[in-house]
Ligand binder design. Structure first.
Ligand code: NAD
Ligand code: UFG
Length: 341
């Protein structure tokens, strides 16, 4: 099968391209590199035994370029990762987020429809769940009441795709709600390379351990959790990538809409993560407790039961694997893809 992977040069996209190639699929990548390096695809290609990865440097809102892409390659289905994802930035620049994330999705679907390609997997997020749900979150848990524009773009894109599947029974849409992806491919050749100061916990931990940051700020230790720090459902990015391969099987067999959580079902606190990282890698992670970060919840974790049952997928990597592979990537590439080889 030939899969168009939008945002395929990014963190989750690059790991997914590799898993797709390993399963014998062909991939075509469209990415405008606004938050990625084309080096990631060279490395994916190397890991896949030199397999060629056609790459189109384009903005998904550019309908002409997308049209040309669909004319050039015979695409069977699409995995749509492309999007802006920084929560804080979305609060400061809501129009940029709504424009990029909604218009990319709408333009992509319009071109797909014109070419009779009506199968899409969409990168959604646990952020679409309302803050007042009981844990664990299941696909039936309440959605909406998002706390930032980024979350709303995910919520709205889900709705757009659902409406599409309702209007035309030939569409199949799979909405994958990721929890907290961390880690890297075990080779240390591809990984997460955030631009500027990391917003997320794991890249901040590994950049502190390598000395790029002096100290991790732990946002609050007065939550109602076992040690007072926030609890999340961290999932190894290779498990997440494999979840997409499993979703493709569903996409080809089913019609309509499927929504699935991709998490482990286990929650770890910020301090659990710090200590697991130190234990797995034998490096210290200096930290200080600071005020809570506005908008954060105490505890967020999934039940991955439906994905296990209906996709036949489950996470297999441990917390130790996540910490070891994050450090392997960081220590081999202290400055990310800009590091000397
Ligand atoms: P990423 O930034 O590494 O990857 C996104 C890619 O999309 C980047 O390569 C970027 O250059 C590209 N892109 C953005 N806008 C584009 C546009 N208009 N046209 C073409 N390319 C564009 O992020 P990631 O962590 O790999 O996330 C992938 C997807 O998963 C995103 O949609 C994100 O919102 C979603 N997601 C991520 C997380 C997470 O914690 N990493 C959690 C839940 C959901
Ligand atoms: N944290 C710190 N210090 C940091 C960064 C984070 O203490 O420097 C804490 C947070 O307060 C939280 C936990 O670490 O308790 C995880 O924070 P992240 O920013 O890594 O992740 P979030 O759960 O806040 O959000 C992430 C993505 C969102 C996505 C969501 C889905 O950033 O895009 O997971 O659950 F929507």
């Amino acid at each position: 099968m030939t899969v168009l992977v939008t945002g395929g040069a990014g963190y989750i996209g690059s790991h997914t391209c590799l898993e797709l190639l390993k399963e014998g699929h062909k991939v075509v990548v469209a990415d405008n590199l606004c938050n990625a390096s084309a080096k990631s695809l060279e490395r994916v290609s190397r890991l896949a035994g030199g397999e060629e990865i056609p790459f189109v440097n384009c903005d998904l809102r550019d309908e002409e370029q997308l049209e040309a892409l669909f004319q050039r390659w015979s695409i069977d289905c699409v995995i749509h990762f492309a999007g802006l994802k920084a929560v804080g930035e979305s609060v400061a620049k809501p129009l940029a987020y709504y424009d990029n994330n909604l218009n990319s999705t709408i333009t992509l679907c319009r071109v797909m429809e014109r070419h009779g390609v009506k199968k899409i997997v969409f990168s959604s997020s646990a952020t679409v769940y309302s803050g007042d749900n009981q844990m664990p979150l299941s696909e039936q848990s309440k959605t909406g009441s998002c706390t930032n524009p980024y979350g709303w773009t995910k919520f709205m894109c889900e709705q757009i795709l659902r409406d599409l599947a309702k209007a035309d029974p030939d569409w199949t849409v799979v909405l994958l709600r990721y929890f907290n992806p961390v880690g890297a491919h075990e080779s240390g050749l591809i990984g997460e390379d955030p631009k500027g100061v990391p917003n997320n916990l794991m890249p901040f931990i590994s950049q502190t351990a390598i000395g790029r940051r002096s100290c991790l700020s732990v946002f609050g230790n007065d939550y109602d959790t076992h040690d007072g720090t926030g609890v999340r459902d961290y999932i190894h990015v290779v498990d997440l990538a494999r979840g997409h391969v499993a979703a493709l099987d569903f996409l080809m067999k089913e019609k309509g809409e499927g929504v699935f959580n991709l998490g482990t079902g286990v929650g770890y606190s910020v301090l659990d993560m710090v200590h697991a990282f130190e234990r797995a890698n034998g490096v210290p992670v200096p930290y200080q407790i600071v005020d809570r970060r506005p908008g954060d919840l105490a505890t967020v974790y999934s039940t991955p039961e439906k994905s296990r049952r209906e996709l036949g997928w489950e996470a297999t990597h441990s917390l130790e694997d996540m910490c070891r592979d994050s450090w392997n990537w960081q220590s081999k590439n202290p400055q990310g893809y800009e590091s000397e080889e």
